[in-house]
Design a protein around this ligand. Structure first.
Ligand code: SIN
Length: 500
C-alpha cells in the first residue's frame, strides 16, 4: 500500500478540524495503533478513506481492565459532575456538527443533510442523559413490619460493553454510552469496522469535555475476537448490542455464561399501513420518510407497505412520483436524498428480494436495478402486488425498495402485520381516531407511528418486542438499563420504637 488512504478522497472531506479523523483505537486515555490494519472505504466511491487497527482479544482485555479501574472513581463522582461533563460533550458535538456529518457521510454514505440530522440526534442523547443523570431517584417503600424500613437505591451496573452498527455511526453509540456514563458506568465500545471514524471523533470530543482516562474506551477491529471478550469477561457487567437478530441471539447466549445484564436492539419488519380514510399527502410523505431514510437502511424503516384497496392506486401513483423525484448521489458532492448502500452484500440482498417478489407475481413501478457500474448504488424502487409470502414481506430488506400489498379489511391487515417474529416499529395512517387507537393497541410492536413515518427521538423509549430486542433506549426508561436496584431493609431496635 503506497498510501494508507486515497489522498483525493481524504481531501474531499475538507474538515475544519482534521484531527477529528483518528486512525487509532482509544484505550485508557491513549491512542493505540496496531500491526494489522482495516481499510475504511467510502461506499459512494469505493475508495479508501483511512485505516484503523484490527485489534483483538489482548487489547480488548486491556480496555476492559481500564474501564474496570476507572469505574469506582467515576461512579463516586456526584451526578451533577457527570452531568456537567456530558453537557460539555453535547456542546462540543454540536459545535463540530459539520465536520462530524462530513465524516459520517464519507464513511457511511448517507446524504449530508441526514448526517447532520444524525449528529444532532446523537448529541440529543448526550444532552438528555446528562440531564437525567441527576434524576436517578430511588424509592422508599412502607415496611412490611412495624420495625422495618425499606429503601431502594439505584446504582450503576459497572463496566458496560457496547457493540454498535454501521447504519447510524454516531447516534447508536450515544444512545448507549450517554446513559451508561450518566448512570456512573464506564464503557468499552466496539463500533462497526465499516464506520469507526465517527466513533473515534466522538472520543476526541469526549476527552475535551473532561471524560477521564478509562471511562470511555473504543476498541476497533473484527467482531469475533472483540465480541468474545466482551461477552465472556466477568468484569463486564452489562452488554448492549444493536444489530441483526441472529447475531444478537448469539451474543446474548454467550453473555449468559457470566449472567450479564443484556439489552438488544435487533431487526424489524415494519408494517406501514394506509387505510382508505388516510390523508393521502401525509401517508405518501410518511412512506418516503420511513422507507427511504438512510437509503432504506434503518431497523425502523417501513418494510411492507400495506395499502387498503380504495386508496391503493392513488397512493401508488403519488408514491412513484415522489420516489422518481428523489435525488440520488454522493452526499459530499451536493444536496442529495439517497446515498449508496453500505456494501456489495447489501446490494445483493436487495436484488434477491426483488427477484423473489417478481417471481411471486409482483411488478416494478419504478427503479428495480443497480445504478452505475461503480460503488454500491441502487435505484429507489417501488413494486406493486407483492405476495404476502415474498421475502420482501418476511425479511428485513434494508434497502430502498417499497413493496406494496393490497388489503381489504382492518382485521385482515392487523393479522398480516402481526404475522412475524419481529416486533420493532409499525406505522398506521388513518383519520379515524377509534381505528388509530384500536390498531395502536392491537399491533404487536414496541413502537407505533400514528400518522407519522418518523418516530425516533431521545425523549421516547425506543425498542422492540418478540425477537426484535430486549430493553429500551432513550427516554428516562433508557437510564434504568444501566442501573441496578438495591434494596436495603433496616430493622429498628425495639428500644427505638418504645422511645418514640
Ligand atoms: C436503527 O436503525 O437501529 C435505529 C434507527 C433510529 O434510531 O431511528
Amino acid at each position: 500500500m503506497s498510501h494508507p488512504h486515497d489522498p483525493a478522497e481524504r481531501a474531499r472531506l475538507a474538515l475544519k478540524r482534521p484531527d477529528l479523523l483518528r486512525e487509532a483505537a482509544w484505550i485508557n486515555g491513549a491512542w493505540v495503533t496496531g500491526e494489522t490494519l482495516i481499510e475504511v472505504t467510502n461506499p459512494a466511491t469505493g475508495k479508501v478513506l483511512g485505516v484503523v487497527p484490527a485489534l483483538g482479544e489482548a487489547e480488548t482485555q486491556d480496555a476492559v481492565a481500564a474501564a474496570a479501574a476507572a469505574f469506582p472513581a467515576w461512579a463516586a463522582r456526584s451526578a451533577r459532575e457527570r452531568s456537567l461533563i456530558l453537557r460539555r460533550w453535547y456542546e462540543l458535538v454540536m459545535a463540530h456538527r459539520d465536520d462530524l456529518a462530513r465524516l459520517m457521510t464519507a464513511e457511511q454514505g448517507k446524504p449530508l443533510a441526514e448526517a447532520q440530522g444524525e449528529v444532532a440526534y446523537a448529541a440529543g442523547f448526550i444532552e438528555w442523559f446528562g440531564e437525567e443523570a441527576r434524576r436517578a431517584y430511588g424509592e422508599v417503600i412502607p415496611g412490611h413490619l412495624a420495625d422495618k424500613r425499606i429503601v431502594v437505591l439505584k446504582q450503576p451496573v459497572g463496566v458496560v460493553a457496547a457493540v454498535t452498527p454501521w447504519n447510524f455511526p454516531a447516534a447508536m453509540i450515544t444512545r448507549k454510552v450517554a446513559p451508561a456514563l450518566a448512570a456512573g458506568c464506564t464503557v468499552v465500545l466496539k463500533p462497526s469496522e465499516l464506520t469507526p471514524f465517527s466513533a473515534l471523533a466522538l472520543a476526541v470530543l469526549g476527552e475535551e469535555a473532561g471524560l477521564p482516562a478509562g471511562v470511555f474506551n473504543i476498541v476497533t477491529g473484527p467482531p469475533a475476537p472483540i465480541g468474545a471478550v466482551l461477552t465472556t469477561d466477568a468484569r463486564v457487567a452489562k452488554f448492549t448490542f444493536t444489530g441483526s437478530t441472529p447475531v444478537g441471539k448469539m451474543l446474548a447466549a454467550a453473555c449468559m455464561g457470566t449472567v450479564k445484564r443484556v439489552s438488544l436492539e435487533l431487526g424489524g419488519n415494519a408494517p406501514f399501513i394506509v387505510f382508505d380514510d388516510a390523508d393521502l399527502d401525509a401517508a405518501v410523505e410518511g412512506a418516503i420518510a420511513s422507507k427511504f431514510r438512510n437509503t432504506g437502511q434503518t431497523c425502523v424503516c417501513a418494510n411492507r407497505l400495506l395499502v387498503q384497496s380504495g386508496i391503493h392506486d392513488a397512493f401508488a401513483a403519488r408514491l412513484v412520483a415522489r420516489v422518481e423525484a428523489l435525488r440520488v448521489g454522493d452526499g459530499l458532492d451536493g444536496p442529495t436524498d439517497q446515498g449508496p448502500l453500505i456494501n456489495a452484500a447489501a446490494v445483493a440482498k436487495v436484488e434477491a428480494h426483488i427477484a423473489d417478489a417478481l417471481a411471486g407475481g409482483a411488478a416494478v413501478m419504478t427503479g428495480g436495478a443497480r445504478r452505475g457500474d461503480q460503488g454500491t448504488w441502487f435505484e429507489p424502487t417501488v413494486l406493486c402486488d407483492v405476495a404476502p409470502a415474498a421475502l420482501l414481506n418476511r425479511e428485513e430488506t434494508f434497502g430502498p425498495v417499497a413493496g406494496l400489498v393490497r388489503f381489504e379489511t382492518e382485521a385482515e391487515v392487523l393479522a398480516m402485520a402481526n404475522d412475524t417474529r419481529a416486533g420493532l416499529a409499525s406505522y398506521v395512517f388513518t383519520r379515524d381516531l377509534d381505528r388509530a387507537w384500536r390498531m395502536g393497541e392491537g399491533l404487536q410492536y414496541g413502537m407505533v407511528g400514528l400518522n407519522t413515518g418518523l418516530i425516533s427521538t431521545e425523549v421516547a423509549p425506543f425498542g422492540g418486542i418478540k425477537e426484535s430486542g430486549l430493553g429500551r433506549e432513550g427516554s428516562h426508561f433508557g437510564l434504568d438499563e444501566y442501573l441496578e436496584l438495591k434494596m436495603m431493609c433496616l430493622g429498628l431496635r425495639p428500644t427505638q420504637l418504645q422511645d418514640s
